[in-house]
Design a protein around this ligand. Sequence first.
Ligand code: SAH
Ligand code: SF4
Length: 367
Amino acid sequence: MTVNLLNYSQPQLAEYFHGLGEKPFRAKQLMRWMHHFGVHDFDQMTDIAKSLRDKLKDQAEITPPGIKLEQISEDGTRKWLIDAGTGNGVETVFIPEAERGTLCVSSQVGCALECTFCSTGRQGFNRNLTVSEIIGQLWVANKALGRDPKGDRIISNVVMMGMGEPLANFDNVVTALNIMLDDSAYGLSRRRVTVSTSGMVPAMDRLRETCPVALAVSLHAPNDALRDVIVPINKKYPIKELMAACQRYLEKAPRDFVTFEYVMLDGVNDSVEHARQLLDIVRDVPCKFNLIPFNPFPNSGYDTSKPEAIRRFRDVLMQADYVVTTRKTRGDDIDAACGQLAGKVQDKTRRTERNKVMQVISVEKTV
Ligand code: SAH
Ligand code: SF4
């Protein structure tokens, strides 16, 4: 059977070459060709002996995921709809900013965690993405974007904030993270790679031990009664346990704070009293806040908080000396703000999956 070498981290590739009776340094060479240079044709790998190249051509392949559609926004935001088979697509979005270029990467087709304000959660779980499909999003985007005149890659940061719950696809996500950090591949520092989780406590502990990248936690509510409803995993891992897990994580984290994401839902979680409760529950966790105006989708049952409510909420946090950012949506003209693209394509292919859309893709902006 042909193996797709994009599924392997460097140690796994070394193991593969060991099985072929080859030296481990071949793994490094191949990682560089695949990920550093973006080459998928073995014949272009000129420092690899022809006999080995022929063997590889027989047994292996380097196959990035297919692209169903690519769009470029007037503001420079770019979006790719990645083919996930059987009519499904997941989205990858590049968000350019003055000081960095961030790629927002998906980890699953759908999501099982059923957060009530999330369109991905509403449609249920389809399947985990493979390593090649996760790292393939970075591969595809890097290929399209290239490097700046100084030779640096345009993509400087990765956030696992696309479709799906990254920690529910733990092994594949960690392998993909390791490839992102590998100097022979993308060479990103741990602080430039962020995993966003809805709060899967045991997996947060595992991530801390295996690959402690920057952590963002989708908090969204300041008490268990409300969080149980809008982020149902809270029933399993309530706020107190989540905060303890954040503290444990910070012992290993590359940044000394956690980013708490907080979606602003009109009349649900956006009062001054909610902000005060929030200060209380996070008091032992060094953190910053990222307020996300709710991104509406059909029949969601929620509205976006009024700008005035967001300002008041933010002021309570800022008066307590926290750093607070609010997100500004980007790429509105290509629907990069709410992943409606995947929904549109789904409509044409499979009507029953018309809600297969990705949640907010947006960019942080200090207010
Ligand atoms: N599953 C992970 C990562 C993907 S979601 C998580 O939940 O953290 C990335 C962020 O977008 C999360 O904070 C998520 O709660 C938020 N989000 C989802 N749907 C949204 C919507 N309709 N409007 C605003 N933010 C949303
Ligand atoms: Fe899944 Fe995150 Fe959406 Fe919740 S917010 S349903 S965890 S993708």
